[in-house]
Design a protein around this ligand. Structure first.
Ligand code: ATP
Ligand code: MG
Length: 242
């Protein structure tokens, strides 16, 4: 279980999150929604231990990443993968090296085993014959899919996807949504998806957590979310400028 406890953070004068608490249970699938700029990516980076909060703390299986020894932190990190908004591939490495990186870092697999895994994961996202290409030679959608393959390559227990379908054409977006859903149900990966994509929200139909005004304003089922009367939720559901 991941536990977010009373987390607050500001940047200079701007307070972004205040006293946010919620739990992510094992095998759960959660959609995090909210207006652009409300702090979704910041919250995900705090959960992944990449950004220390000003107040509060996060525990993963009872352990606080910020207070762990280096070895412990590496062990905890292996259980959690994150797909960053904007892909974040390493520009100086080719596709093969990017996708294989977590395996080189965290496992002792042979080169051949690593190559098989990389090819298998790339095939899952509909990419082949691009192992030697550099990120700069790929389209935005291809970069996103390569980053997706990298995020799932270690079969993590927890996975955070920050806008996994943004910028993809509708066919690809629905394929990635199906992949996420499939990965969640076949491998019981606890999954957090930050998204503005109503198709993805409806298709997956998991627990919804909505951020607004520096805190969680909704936490419940998609059914309840759709029927909620809160104006901020209505605006999110029915405005075209999410
Ligand atoms: N490193 C940083 N330094 C200063 N301000 C930051 C930093 N990271 C985020 N912010 C600010 O925090 C706020 C929340 O940003 P965040 O990226 O979490 O938004 P978001 O909800 O993910 O939006 P979007 O839907 O557009 O991705 C924004 O006002 C942003 O400018
Ligand atoms: Mg964001």
């Amino acid at each position: 279980m991941i536990s977010i406890n009373d987390v607050s953070i500001s940047f200079g004068e701007q307070s972004v999150l205040e006293n946010v608490s919620f739990d992510i249970h094992d095998e759960e699938i959660i959609m995090v929604v909210g207006q652009s700029g409300c702090g979704k990516s910041v919250l995900m980076k705090i959960i992944a231990g990449l950004l220390p909060p000003d107040q509060g703390y996060v525990t993963i299986n009872g352990k606080n990443l910020m207070q762990s020894s280096k070895d412990e932190a590496i062990q905890i990190r292996q259980k959690l993968a994150m797909l960053f908004q904007g892909s974040a591939l390493l520009d100086s490495l080719n596709v093969y090296q990017n996708v294989a990186l977590p395996l080189f870092e965290h496992t002792r697999l042979s080169d051949q085993e690593i190559e098989e895994q990389v090819k298998e994961k790339l095939a899952k996202v509909g990419l082949s014959d691009i192992l030697l290409k550099m990120p700069s030679e790929l389209s935005g959608g291809m970069r996103k899919r390569v980053a997706f393959a990298r995020a799932i390559i270690t079969s993590p227990r927890y996975i955070i996807y920050d806008e996994p379908t943004t910028g993809l054409d509708p066919v690809l977006a629905s394929e990635i949504t199906a992949l996420i859903s499939n990965l969640h149900s076949t491998q019981s990966t606890a999954t957090v998806i930050v998204t503005h994509d109503l198709y993805c929200i409806e298709k997956i139909s998991g627990r919804i957590v909505m951020l607004a005004d520096k805190n969680i304003i909704f936490d419940g089922s998609y059914e309840k979310f759709k029927n909620a009367s809160d104006k901020r939720i209505q605006r999110f559901l029915y405005s075209t400028e999410r």
